[in-house]
Structure formats: structure tokens, C-alpha cells
Write a protein that binds this ligand. Structure first.
Ligand code: MTE
Length: 444
């Protein structure tokens, strides 16, 4: 079946206005740079007493107290709102240069290669705006519910936030995530292949509570339309059974109010469904009896099939996974023990298993799923690996509670062709060279 010799892709780097080699190194480093330094220092120290003495000048010597152990530190509340360490500046959202013509209608990718666990820090949550973001005054923001309802209402934020709220952890993935890779390898790092993905604890009121409150028409009301308050006329149809299931009208993200870039003060949370339906700066919900087929449902966010037809309303993000470390652009320092770590998720429920291959899909081992394993949330997996120093192809394959198995590129392309943009959930392959360098490749 798939053998390393059948690797098709090569990194296509460096055309003008794409990423430079220096960019790629910076993106890939993230926290790995820190690991690299501490690994080298520890290596020197454990090489016996002489090792400590041999540590190069400037290396921390554990026998000497550092300056900061002898003086007063900085005062509390010097930073009324905490920020990451100065040594973590490499870990940030990034735009893919040249991806879009206007920065207000663009994407910033989350640095998956440097994150731990399953929660995305709010400041690193990916952004996708069609017409830029706004920091809207919550005292002036309103949510209207109209259409097939007995009592159309306009809610203030205060009125919404008085209602009984729930908090739930869910992933959000843009339908276009991994979209650049449909034809062949296009980008070098996991930040760009999979970084339109984040996971947060969202807090809000179930949409079902608001619909009940407004007395929606239970017979004729088959769909809702969600509308945002930005200039993009972002409107999405959501079937009523889903709207009544687990959809939230949310104001909270990871214990605080939503960030402006992510929809402050109000956004829709539609678990398991592609990001475009998670309407930000939510201002209106209309109840209707048929889908609206708006521009973002009829022209965009549709799947171009091999026969030239388009599939519409394919909203669910199917089961998918990716190894985040080691991943494209990173460097393994040496052979020996390595922890292979990654993320798995499914729009249809919980992840039940993740298998990992280090030989391009010939052999698979089952990874550990770290708790919590939640429905429609990211799941962290880890597996121990001893690298013998020879070339390897690393892959992960996730299975969800419906029994769906993440497909390989060959399987996916048979059904979907190569010219689509959305809903690419193929198995990702990272090639590890003898030098320790990791690069993006595709295996059919
Ligand atoms: N809502 C509005 N009002 N305007 C937008 O441009 N972008 C959508 C969705 N909601 C968008 C929006 C898309 S395409 C995605 S993938 C998600 O928001 C991204 O959410 P995030 O920016 O919080 O990551």
C-alpha cells in the first residue's frame, strides 16, 4: 500500500511573497527552541561532575545561585493583565503572506506546534475575518430574534447574561483548514497546514432557551439564520434540530469575555460544525421554513466535486488528526526517545482511538488519549517512540465514536478530487530525514 518511496510531495517554499527559510525556522521553533537549549544544557550537566565544569561559558551552573535568587523580584500587579514571558515571543498567530489581498479579509493561524493540552490560549486563537474585526461596545450591542416567532425580541447584553448559562469545551475549525493542500504539499509547517483550528471553553445561553422564550413556530420553523454585525453580511442557515441541540449564544471564552477578534461581545457556538457558522458579533437570529442559500452558502463554503458539481451545506467537520510535534520545520536533536504528540477531533462526537505510524502507514500503533476526552472537542494524544536515526514518515489516523476512520489522501481524492478548498481531513504525513529535519509530504 503506501510506502515511503511513494512520497509525492516536496516542500514548495520560497516563491516571492511566500515564506522565507528564516520565517519557516521561526514558525517551527516556537517552544522547541527552548527545549533545544535546555536539552543541551541538561546534557552537559548530566555528563558527570566534569560535565558541569565543561558547560560552556554563559550556561547556567546549578551550583551557583543565579542573580534572581538573591534580589527582590518585581511587584505584584505590575502587569494588571498578565502576558507571556519575554522568552515565548516566537509563539504567535501568523498570517500566510500573499494568501489574501486584503489583511482585513484574511486568516491568522494558531501555532499548534507550540501548544500543550487541548485549550488554545485566547490570544493565540486563530482568526478568520471576511471584513475585519471590531471592538464593539457591549452596552450598545443588541441581539434580535425574529421571523417565525410569536414574540420577536431584542435582547441587551445584560438581559442575555442574566439567563442561566452553561460552559462547554469545543473545537472550532474553519472549513478551509488544510485547504491549501488539496492538490499537493503547499505549506511547510503545522501552523499553516492545520492552524485554522482552536479549542476553548465557551460560556453562554443555549440558543434553544432564547427560541423558546420568543415562542418559535414549532411546526413551520425548520431553520434559523444567524447574522453578524460586521460589514461582511455573514449569514448562515442552521437546521432547527441542530439549533435546539447544543448551539450556544456565547459571550465567554476561557473564563473571560470573548476577545474582540473572536466576536466580542457575542458569537454563535455551533459544536462540530465548520467555523463559518460560528457567526461572530452576532446581532440577529431569524426563524424560517427553508434554507436561505446566502452568498456564504451558495458561492463560498461549498465543495467542488470531481464531476464539476458543487456540494452545498456540508457543514460537519469530519474526524481528523495531526501530529503537532515533531512536525514540519522542526529538528530532532538526536536519535533515541521522542514523545510524538498531536491532536484529534471529530464534529460527530468523541475520539475513540488514534493510531500512529512511523513508517508511512505500513505499521500502526495505538496512541494514548489524554483526558479529558470530550465530544466535539480537541483530544490530545501521545505515544512514546525511540528513533533509530533512519528516515521515517510520521502519520496519525483518528477514529471517532461513530466508527468513522480518517481517510488517506488517496481515499479522499477518489471521492473529492483535488480542486476543492473545504473539508480536507486527510491523514497528514511528516517526513523525518536522517539529519533530524522534519518536512511536509503527502502519501497516497
Ligand atoms: N462571523 C462574522 N460576523 N464575520 C466573519 O467574517 N468568519 C467566520 C466565522 N464567523 C466570520 C464570522 C469564519 S469563516 C470562521 S472560520 C470563524 O468565524 C472564525 O472564528 P475565529 O475568528 O474566532 O477563529
Amino acid at each position: 500500500m503506501s510506502e515511503p518511496s511513494r512520497v509525492r510531495g516536496r516542500i514548495q517554499r520560497a516563491p516571492e511573497n511566500f515564506l522565507s527559510d528564516a520565517d519557516i525556522r521561526e514558525v517551527a521553533a516556537g517552544r522547541r527552541d527552548f527545549l533545544r537549549k535546555s536539552f543541551l544544557a541538561a546534557g552537559a550537566a548530566v555528563a558527570g561532575g566534569a560535565g558541569v565544569a565543561r558547560a560552556s561559558e554563559g550556561d547556567p551552573n546549578i551550583l551557583n545561585l543565579p542573580e534572581h535568587s538573591k534580589i527582590l523580584g518585581r511587584p505584584v500587579a505590575e502587569r494588571a493583565y498578565g502576558v507571556p514571558s519575554q522568552y515565548e515571543q516566537g509563539l504567535r498567530r501568523r498570517e500566510s503572506p500573499g494568501l489574501t489581498r486584503v489583511q482585513a479579509a484574511s486568516v491568522s493561524f494558531a501555532p499548534l506546534q507550540g501548544l500543550f493540552g487541548i485549550i488554545t490560549p485566547s490570544g493565540l486563537h486563530f482568526e478568520r475575518h471576511h471584513q475585519g474585526w471590531h471592538d464593539i461596545d457591549p452596552s450598545k450591542h443588541r441581539l434580535m430574534i425574529n421571523g417565525l416567532v410569536k414574540n420577536p425580541k431584542v435582547f441587551t447584553m445584560d438581559e442575555l447574561m442574566r439567563l442561566p448559562s452553561v460552559s462547554r469545551i469545543h473545537f472550532i475549525e474553519c472549513g478551509a483548514n488544510t485547504g491549501m493542500e488539496w492538490g499537493n504539499v503547499a505549506v511547510p509547517t503545522v501552523q499553516y497546514t492545520h492552524g485554522m483550528l482552536s479549542c476553548s471553553e465557551f460560556t453562554g445561553v443555549p440558543l434553544s432557551v432564547l427560541l423558546e422564550e420568543c415562542g418559535f413556530d414549532k411546526k413551520a420553523g425548520k431553520f434559523v439564520l444567524a447574522e453578524g454585525a460586521d460589514g461582511s453580511s455573514m449569514t448562515r442557515t442552521i437546521p432547527m434540530d441542530r439549533a435546539l441541540d447544543d448551539v450556544l449564544v456565547a459571550w465567554g471564552q476561557n473564563g473571560e469575555m470573548l476577545r474582540p477578534e473572536n466576536g466580542y461581545p457575542l458569537r454563535l457556538v455551533v459544536p462540530g460544525v465548520q467555523g463559518v457558522s460560528w457567526v461572530k458579533w452576532l446581532r440577529r437570529i431569524e426563524v424560517g421554513d427553508q434554507p436561505w442559500a446566502t452568498k456564504d452558502e451558495a458561492i463560498h463554503y461549498i465543495d467542488l466535486m470531481p464531476d464539476g458539481l458543487h456540494r452545498q451545506y456540508t457543514s460537519i467537520q469530519e474526524c481528523k488528526s495531526v501530529i503537532t510535534t515533531p512536525s514540519g520545520g522542526q529538528l530532532l536533536l538526536d536519535k533515541g526517545f521522542h514523545n510524538i504528540s498531536g491532536l484529534a477531533w471529530s464534529g460527530r462526537g468523541k475520539i475513540t482511538r488514534v493510531d500512529v505510524s512511523t513508517d508511512g502507514g505500513r505499521n500502526w500503533r495505538t496512541a494514548r488519549l489524554e483526558t479529558p476526552v470530550l465530544s466535539k472537542a480537541l483530544t490530545r494524544f501521545n505515544i512514546d517512540w525511540v528513533w533509530d536515526g533512519s528516515p521515517a514518515i510520521l502519520q496519525s489516523r483518528a477514529i471517532d465514536e461513530t466508527g468513522y476512520v480518517q481517510p488517506g489522501y488517496g481515499q479522499l481524492r477518489q471521492v473529492r478530487g483535488t480542486r476543492s478548498i473545504y473539508h480536507n481531513n486527510a491523514i497528514q504525513s511528516w517526513k523525518l530525514a536522517e539529519s533530524g529535519e522534519v518536512s511536509n509530504v503527502q502519501i497516497l
